[in-house]
Design a protein around this ligand. Structure first.
Ligand code: PEP
Ligand code: MG
Length: 577
């Protein structure tokens, strides 16, 4: 009864037979027997044509939100084939080898960026190249394989695969590669398909037809479970199914506590596709638009026009609701090919607002110009400053904003722009009152991903110390308590946009501290709103927060929160505690 643990890409739980979905990956494409022929370009054109047919077939039953992505795939495939033809022609090599070479060239540049954000998009390129390679080798996609009522286990899956799985009634997906924000994962979430990613899964230990429990609530895959386990899981499935329709309904209601405190549940997005999907998922607005992707996929910074188009699109999806655009948080884990920085310790180096002010002409000014234009035409935008540590950084941003404003009307209007500081460093957390005293700040948004790393001195991406990384550590909660109460005294709005806001046990603590806005992963909106609707905000300070602040360690604070939620009758939340 092997059990594998992985990362949850889409929540859910199911019991079903396994089907192994083995598609040759582009990295493993065998090219040693391949010779150059005069028809290499024609073969590539033929593969492209077949791929485009597959995309348009997929489009027919793809959800509205995925159509734009499929169109982007077509454009990427076209340029990939163009470059491959040129290489095959110049180097006199076969189409397969040329395709592999072109793919590997891009993979290397994606890798050397060192960014997890870009690595996720690499999955898109890999899937397009693999599909083209299959057509070159005369293989049809695995469209004949029936996945109905089965759990698909694969090394990797493409977004088009997942769209097809959804149509066929798949019970779940497990892959070794991929990321939780890949398109495949986004589509799985949109279609309620449980999906986990298990990098160290051993495919050779799994057979077609093996019964498995895919528990994408606790992130495990149990192959050939015993009778008792199956029985337990059947109960869990039934409970989850019941809860799911409630969560779906919760997503579309305004979140308020039992004592009528209204909480904004906003969403975090990275690009226009995610914004479009989020706009139909119950988000009360956008609490964090991570614009960095626009900067990291180019060999020079995006111009004002590109940024303006992106901002206005998101503003339109959320007409009449708040959209918080974060100024690009570049440097450290989001390096730029066009600003090479040689730093011993980039997380303590030139990143976020520091880099923006240093490269004000090249990066910050065009960004602010695009922001001001988009705000003038749509009116629902807010500006968020990343990695602030000093009052000076806020003042300098205010000065730059006034300089950037083109006319006196715009200059006047800038004084009404809602600027917020992202509290991601202990310095900003402790100086929140002084930041507010600048008069420029209307809100703060706690970036708990970085705030946890800087408070606990734990690199957020380092597996060796990941056991120490926990937002419910009383040290972080104490810092939040000091900081949030300073912010509330200054009457500035308080939101949280780090991953913490999406986590069930953190929600009552944050509300108890006085937080009024949570910006979460779009897939968690229903769950977070449901938890909010079950809490009595006026009891949380005394009954919960005072106790967790007095905990000696994270195990104790987690225990206190779990006991509290169970004591108020929220047994159904057990899978998340
Ligand atoms: C954070 O630090 O909590 C945050 C939201 O920013 P990012 O995860 O993009 O660094
Ligand atoms: Mg951050």
């Amino acid at each position: 009864m092997p059990t594998f643990k992985g990362t949850i890409a889409s929540q859910g739980i199911s019991i079903a037979p396994i089907i192994k979905y083995l598609v040759e990956s582009i990295e493993d494409l065998e090219v040693s027997d391949c010779r150059f022929n005069t028809d290499e370009e024609a073969r590539l054109d033929d593969a492209l044509e077949k791929y485009i047919v597959l995309l348009s077939e997929t489009k027919k039953f793809a959800p509205e939100t995925e159509r734009e992505m499929l169109e982007a795939y077509e454009l990427i495939a076209q340029s990939l084939v163009e470059e491959t033809k040129e290489l095959a022609r110049n180097e006199k090599i076969c189409a397969e080898l040329a395709l592999k070479k072109v793919y590997l060239k891009y993979r290397e540049s994606f890798k050397s960026s060192g960014s997890s954000l870009i690595a996720l998009r690499e999955a898109d390129l890999r899937s397009i190249a693999a599909s083209l390679a299959n057509y070159l080798r005369g293989r049809e996609p695995k469209s004949t394989l029936s996945v109905h009522g089965k759990i698909v286990v694969a090394e990797d899956v493409t977004p088009t695969d997942v769209i097809k799985f959804a149509k066929d009634g798949v019970k779940g997906v497990v892959t070794m590669k991929g990321g939780v924000t890949s398109h495949a994962a986004i589509i799985a979430r949109g279609n309620d398909i449980p999906y986990i990613i298990i990098p160290d899964l051993r495919l050779e230990n799994i057979n077609n037809g093996d019964i498995a429990i895919l528990d994408a609530l606790d992130g495990s895959l149990v192959v050939n479970p015993g009778e008792k386990e199956v029985e337990n899981y059947r109960v869990k499935v039934a409970r989850f199914e019941e809860l799911k329709s409630i969560l779906r309904r919760s997503a579309f209601a305004k979140a308020s506590t039992l004592d009528n405190q209204v909480i904004d549940v906003l969403c975090n997005i990275r690009d226009i596709e995610e914004a479009r999907a989020a706009s139909t998922g119950g988000c009360d607005g956008i609490g964090l638009f991570r614009v960095e992707f626009l900067y990291m996929t180019r060999d020079k910074p995006p111009g004002e026009e590109t940024l303006y188009t992106a901002f206005t699109k998101v503003a339109e999806f959320f007409e009449g609701k708040t959209v918080v655009i974060r100024a690009p948080d570049l440097g450290a884990d989001k390096p730029l090919p066009y600003i090479p920085l040689k730093e011993e310790n980039p997380f303590l180096g030139l990143r976020g607002i520091r880099l923006l002010l240093e490269y004000s002409k090249e990066i910050f000014t065009p960004f602010l110009k695009a922001f001001l234009r988009a705000q003038r035409s749509h009116g629902n935008l807010r500006l968020l400053l990343p990695m602030v540590t000093t009052v000076r950084e806020v003042l300098e941003t205010g000065e730059l904003l006034t300089m950037v404003a083109e006319d006196s009307f715009e200059r006047m209007a800038t004084s009404n722009i809602r600027i917020g500081v992202m509290v991601e460093t202990p310095a900003a957390a402790l100086m929140v009152d002084k930041l507010a005293d600048t008069g420029l700040i209307k809100f703060v948004s706690y970036g708990t991903n970085d705030l946890t790393q800087y408070t606990l001195a734990v690199d957020r991406g380092n597996a060796n110390v990941s056991y120490l990384y926990d937002e419910l550590d009383p040290a972080l909660l104490r810092l939040l308590e000091v900081s949030v109460s300073k912010a509330l005294k200054k009457r500035i709005e308080v939101e949280v946009c780090g991953e913490m806001a999406s986590k069930v046990p953190a929600v009552p603590v944050l509300l108890g501290l006085g937080v009024k806005g949570l910006s979460v992963n779009p897939a968690q909106v229903g769950l977070v709103k449901y938890v909010i609707s079950k809490l009595n905000a006026s009891n949380l300070g005394k009954d919960l927060v005072s106790k967790v602040l007095n905990a000696s360690d994270v195990e104790e604070s987690r225990h206190i929160i779990k006991e509290y939620l169970l004591s108020i009758g929220l047994k159904e939340l057990n899978p998340w505690l």
